[in-house]
Design a protein around this ligand. Structure first.
Ligand SMILES: C[S@@+](CC[C@H](N)C(=O)[O-])C[C@H]1O[C@@H](n2cnc3c(N)ncnc32)[C@H](O)[C@@H]1O
Ligand code: SF4
Ligand code: SF4
Length: 350
């Protein structure tokens, strides 16, 4: 794709609100019980195979291109192969978010044959003791690591993702080194969110101030990159309130579909736009009063953030704000804490 076609496409995505990326939570079920998990158990039944295929067809009609298949654990569904092959035939690029424990050699070869699928595997430590403490499932570490090795052997595109919790902060370097030695892409993220029902129980695993500071002082690539951006702008920081906070792509380029067919602007912003068991995606996406309202936000509505000196450097997440306060326009406090800490660390480095 040349540059002008790319620009034209980006312009269409923005102006016509094309849902390019959709996270599809194909099941509420999971074989693990991670201590920090944001998913809540639900009484509602998962969508059937036919319902999912029907929705995938509707997403294709809306020019959606990237499907993130998540859950729960997507590989607990025995029809996941049928669903994924259907999506590939419809032209989608797939990314599976998975704990990797249910993937064997046979499934790895199936993924390889799909050719248009990528994976994100969650890993919490480099020892069974650490990883299994977080997943609350003994044997999960061995199974996840075996999948990582198989995917690597077969040359399948994937990366390892590590949420950084108070329980595994001291393992981060070891996980990075393990991935680095094998040449596997890795990223880590210390932003923990409340559950989908706004329960704060996962937040007790957020890093303490002391650990967050230690994390920001480590020489880790992702942290270094962020700090470089801050260093570049730090002398300008007090002039930054001239800018207004903006809304992210949620409900414009992004959507999330729950395992029972509820449509949300993204997987954190759990405000329901509609239910695919009652209406089609086209009408929800174009007619939902919630989505219309989201798309009409100008930035002036983020009143508190607009007064903040860190605003321009802040990656504030309206979904996180909603889960924390029940109000997406308020500042998500974990971002405020993170930004203050990154500022303190940089300024104390001189
Ligand atoms: C909800 S899981 C679903 C896919 C799959 N079961 C897995 O664990 O990868 C997707 C990702 O969200 C992360 N996650 C779970 N709860 C979280 C929370 N409260 N805050 C931030 N990330 C969380 C998981 O660690 C995992 O990497
Ligand atoms: S494996 Fe994924 S869905 Fe299952 S409990 Fe862990 S984070 Fe949640
Ligand atoms: S989230 Fe917090 S740090 Fe970020 S702009 Fe808003 S008030 Fe400032």
């Amino acid at each position: 794709m040349n540059e002008s076609t790319m620009k034209e496409l980006m312009n269409r995505i923005e102006t016509e609100n094309i849902p390019m990326n959709v996270a599809f939570e194909v099941t509420y079920k999971c074989n693990l019980h991670c201590v920090h998990c944001y998913q809540e158990s639900q009484a509602e039944a998962d969508l059937t195979t036919d319902e999912i295929k029907f929705i995938i067809g509707q997403l294709a009609d809306e020019s959606c291109m990237n499907l993130v298949i998540t859950g729960g654990e997507p590989f607990t569904r025995t029809d996941i192969f049928d669903i994924a092959e259907y999506a590939i035939a419809k032209g989608f690029l797939l990314t599976f978010l998975t704990n990797g424990t249910l993937i064997d050699k046979h499934i790895v070869l199936w993924i390889k044959a799909l050719r248009r699928a990528d994976l994100q595997i969650s890993l919490y430590g480099t020892t069974a003791e650490k990883h299994d403490t977080i997943t609350q499932c003994s044997g999960s570490y061995e199974r996840t690591i075996e999948t990582v090795r198989l995917l690597h052997q077969e040359g399948i595109p994937f990366h390892v993702k590590t949420p950084v919790l108070s329980l595994n902060i001291h393992e981060i370097r070891d996980i990075i080194e393990f991935c680095h030695k094998l040449g596997i892409k890795h990223y880590h993220d210390p932003m923990l969110i409340p559950t989908t029902k706004r329960n704060k129980r996962p937040l007790k695993y957020r890093l303490s101030d002391e650990d967050l500071r230690a994390y920001l002082e480590m020489d880790l690539t992702d942290v270094r990159r962020r700090k470089d951006i801050w260093r570049h702008w730090i002398n300008q920081i007090d002039k930054m309130t001239a800018y207004k906070a903006g809304m992210c792509g949620a409900g414009r380029r992004l959507a999330c579909i729950s395992a029972s067919g509820r449509v949300y602007p993204c997987n954190s912003l759990r405000l329901e736009a509609g239910n695919l068991r009652l209406a089609d995606f086209h009408s929800i996406w174009h007619e939902s009063p919630l989505l219309k309202k989201l798309r009409s936000l100008t930035g002036a509505e983020f009143a508190q953030c607009n007064k903040c000196r860190f605003m321009l450097l802040c990656e504030r997440c309206p979904g996180q704000a909603y889960l924390e306060h029940g109000d997406m326009l308020k500042p998500p406090i974990e971002y405020c804490r993170f930004n203050q800490m990154i500022y303190d660390v940089i300024t104390s480095e001189g």
